[in-house]
Design a protein around this ligand. Structure first.
Ligand SMILES: [Zn+2]
Length: 497
């Protein structure tokens, strides 16, 4: 995801990207579940292409969210309940669990809210403590949770979206006949080497740093709405004259995003076992066709160069805003109307499926790790899918932006945290992390050669798929695979100011 102020820095020709994704899943018949092998809780295998349904044993203890949500589209609100099975996979005893209630944090989420009504742990009412502008909810455990022990958390919630997107991204809004639902349910906080990650919601970049989980979602909404989401629809039934109930599953996924729209039309195509859909608004069919072409090309290139996209669906959804923005979510991306069909935005958001969703990272402390690699992946998309002059044009654009920034005396370290860049202003973040960071990967490729570069990226994807990687993990791996000591290159591009 990217700060909308960045658009002001972009040239008209290359309005650099952001991240986003949304999809309107075509209703598919529910395939019979496979009878052998473990592929997650009931229905989860449906979200994965068959060759990816094996080897999930290692994910048998990841969080399992079963969530019901009833949407009042006209009121811009929703209510629901969740049951979360949680196993303590950390190397320590836990006394509390923490959840994020992102819409309460303002910033990129706007002015809506998410309120939790009651929390039960293993059937007993639990004490909760709100903090960080009510965007963090601590659930105090009455008994310590040992390593490997499991508990069940149940809670009720309700929320309201923002209206027209103003300073926010438009990701928890109801506007222009479209409702976007990010951060709509309480999501578990990551516990890592720094403990619980409880950063305030930001005004730039992305805020969701989460562990891979399974999602089983039941949604009730008006029947005339088109639905797009993470994962796949595995069941649907009419509840009364006006409404319909959907059940969706995600497979192993870092979040669950939903979009509903009154006027969406859908175009779909297929590549390598994945159905790709573009959800577009009236009059924008040509942009939807371009979106599908780009998505197919990006999927082909990234599958070959990085590793296989494991899901049966990928959705790209037009977001009715008047600015250049893209936002990525697992399996689904939002692209703002002005850049819907744009190659840079679209390929960028798609690359985030590899670098953010499948390989996770701390997007607040180390935003460069997914953004710089995603930015360079977009250049790789152009390299393999467009005539050379177009690819060169994109590379030239990055290089001239970098040069201009250097000449303006605004060089900085690529590896700064989101807080660090927020204090310096959003456009600086773009110039350093997206532009200089992408050129770092180009210099790295030049240094180690094509074969080693892509072998290392494939190793990175293979080792950290569904997990969380750090800067050190990536940088050490390039040294390991290449056998070359790269400290000087890292110092020059990543840590130097
Ligand atoms: Zn991005």
């Amino acid at each position: 995801m990217k700060d909308k102020t960045i658009r002001n820095k972009l040239s008209a020709f290359f309005p650099i990207l952001l991240v986003a994704c949304l999809i309107m899943a075509p209703i598919t018949a529910c395939n019979p579940l496979e009878t052998s092998g473990y592929f997650g809780p009931e229905g989860q295998g449906e979200a994965l292409i068959k060759s990816e349904r094996t080897g999930l044993q290692a994910l048998s203890d990841i969080p399992y969210y079963q969530v019901n949500i009833e949407v009042d589209f006209d009121g811009g609100s929703y209510k629901g309940s969740a049951k979360i099975d949680y196993v303590n996979l950390e190397q320590t005893v836990l006394e509390s669990l923490y959840f994020r209630l992102f819409p309460n944090g303002g910033g990129i989420y706007g002015s809506g809210f998410l309120k939790v009504e009651s929390v039960m742990v293993d059937g007993e009412e639990a004490i909760t403590v709100l903090s960080t502008g009510d965007s963090v909810m601590e659930v105090v455990l009455t008994e310590e949770l040992s390593m490997g022990e499991s508990i069940e958390i149940e809670l009720d919630f309700n929320g309201k979206t923002s209206g027209e997107a103003e300073m926010d991204y438009g990701i928890h809004n109801t506007m222009g006949g479209v409702m976007t639902l990010s951060g709509w349910y309480p999501i578990l906080v990551v516990y890592d080497d720094e403990g619980w990650n409880l950063n305030p919601v930001t005004n730039i970049g992305d805020s969701v740093y989460s562990d891979t989980a399974y999602y089983d979602i039941e949604l009730i909404a008006d029947r005339d709405l088109k639905l797009a989401s993470t994962g796949v629809i595995i069941e649907k039934e009419d509840t009364d004259d006006e409404q319909i109930k959907y059940r969706m599953t995600s497979g192993p996924s870092r979040d669950f995003f939903i979009v509903l729209g009154r006027d969406f039309e859908v175009l779909s195509t297929e590549y390598d076992g994945t159905s790709i859909s573009a959800y577009y608004l009236t009059g924008h069919k040509d942009s939807a066709k371009k979106t599908l072409d780009i998505a197919k090309g990006a999927l082909e290139t990234f599958n070959k160069k990085f590793g296989k996209y494991p899901y049966t669906e990928m959705d790209l959804v037009e977001l009715p805003v008047d600015r250049s923005i893209g936002i990525e979510f697992p399996g689904i991306m939002l692209i703002g109307t002005p850049v819907f069909g744009n190659g840079i935005f679209t390929s960028h958001e798609i690359a985030h499926q590899w670098w953010y969703n499948l390989v996770g990272n701390d997007v607040l402390d180390e935003p460069w790790l997914d953004e710089a690699l995603t930015s360079y992946s977009s250049i790789i998309y152009f390299e393999y899918n467009t005539p050379e002059p177009e690819h060169q044009g994109v590379l030239d654009y990055f290089e001239s932006e970098y040069k201009n920034n250097l000449e303006a005396g605004k060089d900085d370290m690529v590896t700064g945290s989101l807080d660090y860049f927020e204090e310096l202003g959003g456009s600086h973040y773009y110039q350093i992390v997206y532009v200089k960071g992408a050129l770092f990967f180009d210099a790295l490729r030049e240094t180690v050669g094509d074969e080693i570069f892509f072998n290392a990226l494939q190793d990175y994807f293979g080792q950290y798929k569904y997990g969380i990687a750090s800067s050190e993990d990536l940088l050490d791996l390039f040294e390991e695979v290449s056998g070359v000591q790269l400290d000087d290159l890292y110092q020059e591009w990543l840590y130097g100011k």
